[in-house]
Design a protein. Structure first.
Length: 342
């Protein structure tokens, strides 16, 4: 077991609302760690519409999902948050008054005084490919995310998909794999052109294989793959040796383990007190699209507002002996020093 990480607040979700929560908490001298199931920050903005314009961020007439994420990351730099990406929070246990133990699916453990759920519509879960009999191999030799590259060193790796994730991991794992095969249903890729060009150069040099077709069957025993059958466009089926497979068929949104955390729910959303955005469990808050209350609007700017009010209440739990004095960043020298602009 890894050593328990101790911090003031764990934020679940690193989308725009979770990132802005770092800023509001940081102004109050509250330290944060963020956990997100995606392998990058930005949440839905980065994953679902990175290049799609957003028009309703106050003071910014137009910005992309990626642009907003990058701007928020720049804004929170003074507070040095720690990110734990590619992980999902599975349990939240009360171990004090208030003190929580937060555990992820990788076994990582945190102890904190408050938890902020900023998980959007839930957690992004990988889509299972339509391959009969894939279930026994999952998490043993079929993986939907790369947690540690070293686990694939010296193996016959098969990557299935044609988007950015498939291409990025093709380029990253090719140097350490014994042999890498990329399988896509057509010879047309959705990923960045530069990545496609680099992949094709590796194929031309004989450094990896590209197969146009679909995986139809898997071979192996006790969860360990030995080969996969690929059906080409002309209907020919061939067998390709592999002992590890990475299917990248996109993501789907699911509520995930949130419903198991003892929170009062309504229509798969977390009910909150509108004055603090605290849930029915003291010290646990929900902001952004994951929460519900009368008059709720699922807008990024609403999540920003909720984060500001949440931070005021969290201060009570993290610094119970310290009087909270409300200050403006425009006039407070102490806040400006924290931001590095004084």
């Amino acid at each position: 077991m890894s050593e328990t990480i101790k911090t003031d607040v764990v934020i679940i979700g690193a989308g725009p609302v979770g990132l802005f929560a770092v800023f509001e908490l940081g102004l109050l001298d509250i330290k944060t760690h963020l956990v997100d199931i995606l392998d990058k920050v930005g949440g839905q903005c980065a994953e679902l519409y990175p290049e799609k314009p957003i028009y309703d961020i106050p003071g910014i007439p137009i910005i992309t999902g990626n642009g907003l994420s990058e701007a928020l990351m720049e804004q929170i730099k003074p507070f040095h948050p720690t990110f734990h990406l590619g992980e999902m929070v599975t349990t939240i246990e009360n171990i004090g008054d208030p003190l929580y133990r937060v555990t992820t699916d990788t076994g990582k453990t945190f102890e904190c005084k408050s938890v902020v759920i900023a998980a959007g519509g839930g957690s992004f879960q990988p889509k299972r490919p339509p391959i009969v009999g894939i279930e026994p191999y999952e998490d043993k030799s079929v993986f939907y995310a790369v947690r540690k590259m070293e686990n694939f060193r010296g193996k016959d790796v098969m990557i299935v998909g044609g988007g950015d994730s498939a291409l990025d991991w093709t380029l990253n794992l090719q140097p350490i794999a014994k042999r890498l095969t990329l399988v896509h249903r057509r010879d047309d890729f959705r990923g960045a052109p530069d990545s496609v060009n680099k992949m094709r150069a590796l194929v031309a040099a004989g450094s990896m294989d590209l197969r146009i077709g679909q995986v139809t069957d898997l071979e192996g025993s006790d969860g360990q793959l030995t080969a996969a059958s690929i059906k080409d466009k002309d209907g020919t089926v061939s067998r390709v040796a592999c002992d590890a497979m990475l299917p990248f068929f996109g993501l789907t949104m699911k509520l995930g383990p949130v419903s198991d955390w003892g929170l009062e729910m309504e229509d798969e959303l977390v009910k909150v007190d509108v004055s603090t955005f605290e849930t029915n469990r003291h010290g646990i808050f929900a902001i952004g699209d994951i929460n519900t209350y009368p008059g709720k609007l699922k807008l990024i700017l609403s999540g920003f507002h909720e984060g500001a009010l949440m931070a005021q209440r969290v201060h009570h739990y993290v610094h119970p002996q310290k009087r909270l004095v409300f200050q403006y960043t425009t006039s407070s020298t102490s806040l400006q020093k924290k931001l590095g602009v004084a």
